[in-house]
Ligand binder design. Sequence first.
Ligand code: PMP
Length: 360
Amino acid sequence: MGRVYNFSAGPAVLPEEVLVRARDELLDWCASGMSVMEMSHRGKEFVSIARKAEADLRELMAIPAHYKVLFLQGGATAQFAAVPMNLLRGKRKADYVNTGHWAKRAMAEARKYCEVHVAASAEDRNFSYVPPQDRWSLSPDAAYVHITSNETIGGVEYHWIPDTGDVPLVADASSHILSRPIDVTRFGLIYAGAQKNIGPAGLTIVIVREDLIGSALPITPSIFDYKVQADNESMLNTPPTFAIYIAGLVFEWIKDKGGLAAMERINAEKARLLYDFLDASDFYATPVAKADRSRMNVPFTLRNPALDEEFLRQAKERGLVQLKGHRSVGGMRASIYNAMPIEGVQRLVEFMREFAHKHG
Ligand code: PMP
């Protein structure tokens, strides 16, 4: 079988050009006679790879010099704990906006370290929207405000940046980082697991404003202390070298394609194709409020769930895979990250149209 169109939510599709280059360089990286996997993380070859990856990410996202960029491990889940451990800075409370599954996971972890105040929640309508800021109740004494800027399971995305005044805004951007330009200066901290839009699982990116670090709780493990990691250029211990290398290739790929503005144009077009089709259909439905629909993760259902298995089977036959929705919500979900070509979405829509025609 050739390569399929992979709609997985993560680990997810990577750009084919990146995989081909990694294959070509696998046994011998740049005449070093070694695979990147075999290099010392402190040797000049790997240090050059890591520095270039950081420089390219800074350029892509226009990250100012007073922000640190950390390459960590433990996934976004580790950051659910690391964020309060590092950012409480003597305060006792943090504000969280509850938009669904991942926001709840972040809150549950933070409760081990501080008082979590739910500033707003979309639970009243089954997490199908982003609560508008005029309905938030922010605490003046909060250490930070945490949002999940794209809910990977619910398919709900912020298309605006909240204004939290002097209180730092923290975003779990795992599933839409690099999908469009964002103004980093509006955030105190942005974190993301790599396995959706960045590269292989095992790498976690943290972008944090310098003045917020350096007062971690005394119990903070050194590997999750942003100041310690920043002082050690994210190499307090052995970093996930191969994942950093692949992330670097993905950053180069995005630059070659025209950067984040180009990503946004293509992503908007892909999402429009799929949502327009869903909106015009009686056979399928999608639950999310139009203004808050994710461009990355598109959940949808068949009006007749008895057809779900048949839908997935026939899709797979066409090389359209990993469309099953998250086990907690059921239905379907098409994740259409940067590396999903528009042809993949066109093929999906074509298949969905035919399936509806046959079974409607
Ligand atoms: N936050 C979001 C928005 C996610 O989508 C995920 C993973 N799907 C996580 C956090 C957890 O990430 P990890 O598995 O990297 O810990």
